[in-house]
Design a protein around this ligand. Structure first.
Ligand code: HEM
Length: 141
């Protein structure tokens, strides 16, 4: 239906920005996800290098902290917004739809908060005792 110019909604168009976000975050996610997989699985000893010490090493670097946090934020918002589209397309009851969309944003927000806290406050030396293989490294730090 063609809407006459005078009655067009002049407010910000959230659906349009959601559409743009899905494409822009998709492009960035290709780089972030495949970069993540390449560095973790194709360099060094590949999958055999992945253990607690490997994660400790990566989280000691601000570059990888920001890489991982960016991937977390973009993927969770992208996934939640994509699920919101699916819910809006298939759930016919307005009440159930509202509850599900709220649940999506609440769980995405909770995971973003928790994940961001973990990445930036991660300390491998908390609770380390003399019997741990991390003892020497933590004493030197
Ligand atoms: C490799 C990176 C990714 C790319 C290039 C990408 C791209 C896209 C694009 C362009 C759309 C919009 C499709 C449409 O409107 O018809 C979309 C939808 C969606 N994406 Fe992604 N995405 C990626 C990763 C992810 C990840 C990691 C998740 C989960 C956390 C995810 C979950 C979704 C969901 C649930 C939808 C909605 C599907 C639908 O509307 O039928 N995507 N994706």
């Amino acid at each position: 239906m063609i809407v006459p110019p005078r009655t067009r909604n002049k407010g910000s168009n959230w659906e349009k920005w959601g559409w743009v976000y899905m494409r822009a975050s998709g492009v960035l996610l290709v780089v972030l996800i495949f970069g993540h997989l390449f560095v973790n699985l194709m360099t060094g000893d590949g999958i055999h290098q992945i253990d607690f010490a490997f994660v400790v090493g990566k989280f000691a670097s601000p570059f990888w902290q920001w890489w991982d946090v960016l991937m977390l934020w973009l993927a969770l918002i992208h996934g939640a917004n994509g699920m919101r589209t699916i819910v809006n397309d298939y759930v016919t009851s307005p009440t159930v739809r509202r509850v599900l969309v709220w649940a999506l944003w609440l769980s995405a927000g909770f995971l973003i908060l928790l994940g961001t806290l973990v990445v930036f406050t991660f300390d491998p030396c908390i609770g380390v005792t003399e019997s741990s293989s991390l003892w020497d490294m933590c004493q030197a730090a």
